[in-house]
Design a protein around this ligand. Sequence first.
Ligand SMILES: Cc1cc2ncn([C@H]3O[C@H](COP(=O)(O)O)[C@@H](O)[C@H]3O)c2cc1C
Ligand SMILES: O=C(O)c1cccnc1
Length: 373
Amino acid sequence: MLETTIAAVGPLDEPAMTAARQLQARLTKPAGSLGALEELSVRLAGLAGACPPPLPTPAAVAIFAGDHGVHAQRVTPWPQEVTAQMVANFLAGGAVVNAFARQAGATVTVVDVGVATPLPVPEPTAPDAATAPAEPVDHAAAAVGVPRLVAATVRPGTRDMTVTAALTREEAGTAIEVGIRTAGELVDAGAGILVTGDMGIANTTPAAALIAAFTGVDAAEATGRGTGVDDPTYQHKIEVVAAALRRHSPDPTDPLGVLATVGGLEHAALTGLILGAAARRVPVLLDGVIAVSAALAAAAFAPAAVGAMIAGHRSAEPGATVALRRLGLTPLIDLGLRLGEGTGALLALPVVTGAVRVLHEVATFDSAGVAEK
Ligand SMILES: Cc1cc2ncn([C@H]3O[C@H](COP(=O)(O)O)[C@@H](O)[C@H]3O)c2cc1C
Ligand SMILES: O=C(O)c1cccnc1
């Protein structure tokens, strides 16, 4: 499935991009006045092979959840059980990603690709103060439905990458295929854009290792404070990333090997989601540092996959900026977010929709009778 997906990832369609550039030039606004939205609209035309491209709606966020053996190295202050507890929170609709998904009218699919502790049994559905929205939900919310859980555990968490490979190549490949399958199901169900989400306590550590492995920067440049570690823990976390890189010397031209040795199950599944979206020529809106580390892997498998990627936001994690620079992507928003789950990407969704809506709805100088300069 990975091979056929990679083979299906093609270049952007030049005639559609030319048509979009020509249309942008005729719309009732000074040329270039919509800044980054103009180039985004051109790229989405190239991805769809049509001008205007379809509105990127409805949106579907896929949150891949997994645990990490490197948690044993004390790279995060949070207990591993929080991964499973947050999955339950996603399913109950109580996390930040749920609030932003309701706002954006996005569906939420949670894919357990390797949570190590049993998922808490969900409470009966009576809303309580913790999960009930403060106001009646608007009609966008009515479209999003109930968060869905897909059980696709490859193994209950990775191995500790400072001791051994986090995954076998086969396990990494299976997790990638979970992501490809998820992309296919969401697109078949009508999604016009896929949004990346992640949950996995300690997952900023393998994200940093992946970014260092694919870009060649050293561990200190790729590593951030994740959920917010203190100075001694931060220094230790950099050393953990450096130790994993020394142990495995991952080869950036072998993305499956990189994901297996220093990656994570949700990182691999996100790689598959991105490749699956690119193969179906549907845009994929990237969230934070976990998403962009997976995007580097996707680009290593299929360089043309970058054409389907939109950087939703600039995570505060320094590795995210390193990865975005390498991918040649400019994030749409920069709000100092460092949460993950898909939250930053969902906030950027109206920007993407706006970029495309312009091509559908804005009058031309001719049609509106507006004089040109
Ligand atoms: C309550 C809570 C909710 C979260 N939602 C996303 N993350 C984020 O933080 C984790 C990564 O940070 P680190 O590598 O420092 O552990 C991931 O689970 C990520 O999705 C959360 C973390 C916590 C604690
Ligand atoms: O950028 C992210 O996605 C992120 C940052 C910190 C912690 N968890 C996720």
